[in-house]
Design a protein around this ligand. Structure first.
Ligand SMILES: Cc1cc2nc3c(=O)[nH]c(=O)nc-3n(C[C@H](O)[C@H](O)[C@H](O)COP(=O)(O)OP(=O)(O)OC[C@H]3O[C@@H](n4cnc5c(N)ncnc54)[C@H](O)[C@@H]3O)c2cc1C
Length: 406
């Protein structure tokens, strides 16, 4: 069923209550942060996490009952808060945003499905910055189709699990203090046979091969060969893994849209400033109709994206009250915001002319940083599959109601 649209009052109230607090924390942080001092993404990530922690920003990723920071929701993390935080961080720097996001992706499965022992062992370190998170789902032969993953977890006679297989495109590979790894304990059951485990870098049989992507982002391939994991590091029950992965992604994929908004907002600010100040043909570039049209389109798309994103965040936070997990609205927001951000940043590069492609300029950096957002945590095409499936379900539901009334 379609959801009630987030009212302007809801949005205004949320921003009045929380926007200033969160953005002020992040702005004071921004004054000290200078990621370009680093030549090493691994060192930069460690430093980013400890600084985010010192500013009490990492605690937005952990529910209040485990010492995290509640905004509206005392029992879960607040989708609006983490989305807003990523909007602010995306505005500042892609690597910083990635460091924050991975603290959430790497801890949320524990907050949600961990035992009390696992929570008390791991969660405080995510807040203090001593622990750095990673979420290992993708494999060389299982990307969008995660249910087909091949990594196996075989139980031995002592009750330990032996994990064998490969994960790739794992953010924070090599820098993380533990990995949430998804492996099959029962391949016949396909996605229902997937189980989640906490793997630590000191475990036996682990090989990590880092590689580079087009923007700063610690990432790599992880190979496990009969890596022994005690049952105390299994998350939830056998077979719960797919559900844990999807619930985590449903929450964090929306924050990817938040990061896209931040990057797009930065691009629009930079493009507007440049168009007002750069003089060509006897006046500012902004006087040229084609430039003004690009800026007007960008401003409109950014606002449209922002409304979709915060509507979805609101619905996600209200999911228990509304009885709907807002998967369609989250998918719409991720799809639209990441695609719009790419267009807005492309316009920003175009408006800057040659400077826009000069290595080290802000438009050039944003152009590289935004690209992966349309791919990870469900590529744009997969978001369309989710939206279309939900539309079919909605149609069937309305039809069945009509048939009942006949
Ligand atoms: C920078 C970066 C960081 C990442 N971090 C992590 C991480 O920390 N942990 C993790 O587990 N993974 C991570 N990933 C992996 C990411 O989630 C996958 O790349 C993504 O899910 C897509 O999988 P794939 O690359 O195998 O592409 P494929 O699944 O092979 O897809 C290739 C193309 O085909 C399209 N396609 C696939 N299926 C369909 C379909 N049914 N209909 C239409 N089009 C389709 C896709 O949309 C895509 O455009 C990261 C990726 C990147 C780039």
């Amino acid at each position: 069923m379609s959801q009630p649209f987030l009212s302007t009052t809801d949005l205004a109230m949320f921003f009045a209550d929380h926007h200033d607090g969160i953005t002020n924390d992040l702005l004071s942080f921004a004054e000290q942060w200078s990621p370009r001092d680093y030549s090493d993404d691994w060192l930069a990530t460690r430093d980013a996490v400890s600084q985010l922690s010192a500013q009490q920003i990492t605690n937005l990723c952990i529910p209040e009952r485990y010492m995290g920071r509640a905004v509206n929701n005392p029992v879960d993390i607040d989708a609006r808060a983490i989305t807003l935080a990523r909007e602010c961080l995306g505005y500042l720097d892609g690597l910083l945003d990635c460091a924050f996001a991975m603290q959430g992706l790497g801890s949320y499965p524990i907050s949600m499905a961990g035992t009390e022992d696992q929570k008390s062992r791991y969660l405080p370190g995510f807040i203090s910055g001593e622990r750095i998170g990673a979420f290992a789902l993708t494999e060389p032969k299982a990307g969008s189709d995660v249910g087909s993953l091949k990594m196996k977890a075989k139980k031995d006679k002592n009750g330990d699990y032996l994990l064998s297989g490969q994960k790739t495109f794992i953010s924070n590979a090599g820098v993380a203090s533990q990995y949430i790894v998804f492996a099959s304990t029962n391949p016949k059951k396909k996605s229902r046979g997937i189980t989640a485990f906490i793997v630590e870098p000191g475990d036996n049989g682990i090989k990590i091969d880092p590689f580079e992507v087009m923007a700063p982002h610690p990432i790599g391939t992880i190979t496990l060969r009969k890596t022994r994991i005690p049952a105390t590091r299994r998350l939830g029950e056998e077979g719960d893994g797919f559900k844990i992965a999807m619930q985590t992604l449903n929450t964090f994929r929306l924050s990817v849209a938040g990061a896209a908004l931040g990057m797009a907002r930065r691009a629009l600010d930079e493009a507007t400033k440049h168009a007002m100040e750069r003089q060509q043909f006897g006046g500012p570039l902004f006087e040229q109709q084609q430039i003004a049209a690009m800026l007007a389109d960008s401003a409109t798309e950014l606002d449209a994206a922002r409304l979709l994103v915060y509507r979805a965040a609101y619905l996600r936070d209200m999911r228990d009250v509304l009885g709907n997990n807002a998967a369609k609205e989250v998918a719409m927001a991720k799809l639209y915001a990441t695609e719009a951000a790419s267009k807005i940043i492309d316009h920003c590069v175009q408006i800057h002319g040659g400077i826009g492609v000069k290595k080290g300029s802000v438009p050039e950096r944003l152009y590289r940083e935004v690209r992966a957002l349309r791919i990870y945590e469900g590529a744009s095409e997969i978001q369309k599959v989710v939206i279309a499936r939900q539309m079919q379900k909605d149609y069937e539901f309305v039809k069945s109601l009509a048939e009942l009334e006949d």
